[in-house]
Design a protein around this ligand. Structure first.
Ligand code: DQA
Length: 145
């Protein structure tokens, strides 16, 4: 059976393509999710994608991933910098977790330099634009294979 990778996106990422395009680019979240699904098929994986502006909803998807997903790719967006609850939920997931940021959070405001989620992530990709999601999938294909 194909292994499923959950792709979770946090607050404001529903506005990808519209929101601060000079930082986040012109691609929409639907474009990104579609590219991920296409690449996953080539790699022999499947993906399920969820976006929420609500911390609790993201946490529930992480709980669901415990028995539905082999791995998680997560862009927690602003919750990266604030949410111990998302960190705790990810700590209760046993598969690989890759944290993706479209922008290079280390090159931006000081408050973005720390991510609670990085304390759990097996890998962090930041600053490579939306390509980061595809690179995370390629890595997971070698790791899960
Ligand atoms: C982001 C970076 C975060 O600091 C910010 O709050 C976001 C998006 C990124 O993908 O670059 O919403 O996670």
């Amino acid at each position: 059976m194909q292994q499923t990778v959950y792709i979770l996106n946090g607050p404001n990422l529903n506005l990808l393509g519209l929101r601060e395009p000079e930082i986040y680019g012109h691609e929409t979240l639907d474009d990104v999710i579609e590219s991920c699904a296409r690449l996953a098929t080539e790699l022999g994986l499947s993906t399920r994608a969820f976006q929420s502006n609500h911390e609790g909803v993201l946490i529930e998807h992480i709980h669901e991933a415990r028995d539905q997903a082999a791995a998680i790719i997560i862009n927690p967006a602003a919750f990266s910098h604030s949410s111990i609850a998302i960190l705790d939920a990810l700590n209760a997931f046993s598969g690989p977790v890759i944290e993706v940021h479209i922008s290079n959070i280390h090159k931006r405001e000081h408050f973005r330099h720390h991510s609670f989620v990085s304390g759990r992530a097996d890998g962090v990709i930041a600053g490579l634009g939306t390509q980061g999601y595809l690179l995370a999938l390629r890595h997971l294909a070698t790791r899960l294979g």
